[in-house]
Design a binder for this molecule. Structure first.
Ligand code: S3P
Length: 190
């Protein structure tokens, strides 16, 4: 049965903040792919991008996904580009439900106004139009990867966290009932 919750979405949609709160609420361990990449390589995401480039960063990202997707009972916040490799999503779905945090461009711009310089892909002069450009390229990938879509605009963190945890509980209960039925019909051997 799936016991992980995976948060995907564009930069500045609140994956880390909401993920941490969600983990606390559901008594699960919180993991963040960027933080893991940084601690394993002893470098910040910016340093990795500037010294070795995006391709190398994606390799490290894939390696971390391979590792954490095997674990159970985790809330996993991912970097905004996790959807660029379909294998990442396939792996994360094996033990987890994928929640897309969906946000308007205005909200993303507002959330990133003090931190866009720490995002190597947004370091360009016109970072706002870069957001629009990247979102257009990625939009389809985000939607196709998601099991559930959560709108985050104008919502407080507790509201977002409650929404996700309700959906999660409902689905876990459905899975339990479904497996029990299969078990009763002798379709599953325990
Ligand atoms: C990226 C998003 C960042 C980080 C890296 C690349 C992306 O994570 O992984 O800068 O490609 O969208 P956040 O989404 O947490 O900002």
């Amino acid at each position: 049965m799936k016991s992980n919750l995976v948060l995907i979405g564009f930069m500045g949609t609140g994956k880390t903040t909401n993920g941490r709160r969600l983990a606390r609420k559901l008594h699960k361990e919180f993991v963040d792919t960027d933080t893991l990449i940084e601690s394993r390589s002893n470098m910040s995401v910016e340093e990795i991008f500037s010294s070795y480039g995006e391709k190398y960063f994606r390799k490290l990202e894939k390696k971390i996904v391979r590792e954490i997707s095997k674990k159970n009972n985790k809330v996993i916040s991912t970097g905004g580009g996790i959807i660029l490799n379909p294998e990442n999503i396939q792996l994360l779905k094996e033990k987890g439900y994928i929640f897309l945090l969906e946000s308007s461009v205005d909200n993303i711009v507002y959330n990133l106004k003090n931190s866009y310089k720490r995002r190597p892909l947004l370091e360009k002069k016109n970072w706002k139009s870069e957001i629009i450009k990247l979102l257009n390229i990625r939009k389809k990938l985000y939607y196709n990867s998601a099991d559930f879509i959560i709108r985050v605009d104008n919502k407080k963190h507790y509201h977002i966290v409650n929404e996700i945890s309700k959906i999660y509980s409902r689905n876990v209960n459905k899975d339990i009932k479904f497996n029990y039925k299969k078990y009763k019909n002798n379709k599953i051997n325990y």
